[in-house]
Ligand binder design. Structure first.
Ligand code: 5GP
Ligand code: MN
Length: 334
């Protein structure tokens, strides 16, 4: 958590006469959108109308969140996003550790003269004016709750804040299952339910909102899942043409990689996907126990993330990428 001195400085910054901008990472997920909107709704209780910027669009299954329509998608509205950051006094950086992760707005955030406040749970954060980084917390949404608590404002948590923070905790813990899900996580979730977050409604809005294209893509991917390294590593992949022909929409492939890890005996799963427009391969890694995918993604695949969930990019074609991956993991010791 921020120190008491930092908290008192931050409190002075959080006033309606300051321009406050909330930013998050490229390809925003439930935790990115949930923490951004959760903080937005909290600031609203203090009379502050913050601007929420995402670098690019986010999945449809997150658009039900209160005031999701107010989010400025910077890729579509570059001028508004650029001006907001240029005029900002305070920039919150949520759910990312390095400005390079913030896509089209990363450079503007880096150059901004605003006070930058980081709240994030990824490994190895860059320098910001105020840093609250904790890799043991399963979701940035949980950290936003701790931040509100530390400001002594827990009573300000209303239904809007609760729904947003609940969503991010739910999605980043894979439904309260992943390793860093703690008793504290559950206590906070209990508070959020008391404040009006409805588990059945949120689960159904977020997870029972599949597109047909998602299910068709999933069926294709599961039909050809490959297991290597004596059953310890599962490989899944999708090509651009397949994405196009099955009508891919943003967010359709979210969570596919977890199916690899659900196979008995697997320690690691990797999902390879050709980018729709550019010639690189986006990779998602997941692992069990102490198999460190963050180190792995950093070392071999220009990426990073968390120990059990990370991602990266590779500049070869998909066949060669998977070939390289297979050669690399044969040498890894797990
Ligand atoms: P996902 O596989 O869901 O895209 O990402 C899993 C985790 O890894 C997320 O926490 C995400 O922030 C991180 N991650 C994904 N792709 C990259 C990447 O290219 N670089 C870095 N540093 N982290 C990534
Ligand atoms: Mn997160």
């Amino acid at each position: 958590m921020f120190s008491p001195q930092e908290l008192s400085e931050i409190t002075k910054l959080l006033t309606p006469d300051h321009n406050i901008v909330i930013t998050t990472h490229h390809n925003p997920d439930g935790d990115a959108v949930g923490s951004s909107l959760g903080l937005y709704h909290f600031l609203k209780t203090k009379g502050i109308e913050a601007t929420v910027l995402t670098p690019n669009d986010f999945p449809k299954f997150l658009k039900w969140m209160p005031d999701a329509k107010k989010i400025v998608i910077s890729e579509y509205k570059r001028k508004i996003a650029g001006e907001a950051l240029y005029n900002a006094d305070v920039v919150f950086c949520l759910d990312y550790n390095a400005t390079a992760r913030a896509g089209v707005i990363g450079e503007w955030v880096r150059k901004s003269h605003a006070k930058k406040i980081l709240i994030d749970h990824h490994q190895m954060p860059e320098n910001f004016d105020y840093v609250y980084s904790d890799t043991s917390v399963p979701a940035t949404c949980q950290m936003v709750y701790h931040f509100i608590e530390a400001l002594g404002e827990e009573n300000a948590v209303n239904q809007d804040i609760a729904e947003c923070l609940y969503t991010g905790i739910m999605t980043d813990t894979g439904g309260f299952r992943f390793r860093s899900t703690s008793a504290t996580t559950h206590r906070i979730v209990a508070n959020l339910i008391e404040k009006g977050a409805d588990p059945a409604k949120i689960t159904s809005n977020t997870w029972d909102n599949n597109t047909i294209s998602r299910l068709n893509l999933l069926s294709l991917v599961l039909g050809r899942i490959e297991v290597v390294k004596d059953g310890k590593v599962a490989i899944l992949w999708l090509k651009r043409e397949e994405l196009k022909s099955l009508g891919f929409e943003k967010g359709d492939t979210e969570g596919f990689v977890n199916y690899g890890l659900s196979i008995a005996g697997t320690k690691m799963a990797a999902f390879f996907m050709e980018d729709l427009y550019e010639d690189f391969i986006k990779i998602s890694f997941r692992s069990k126990d102490d198999v460190d995918t963050n180190q792995f993604a950093r070392k071999y695949f220009n990426g990073g993330g968390h120990i059990n969930a990370s991602g990266g990019k590779y500049l070869k074609n998909i066949e060669d990428t998977i070939e390289d991956f297979k050669n690399i993991i044969e040498k890894e010791d797990f």
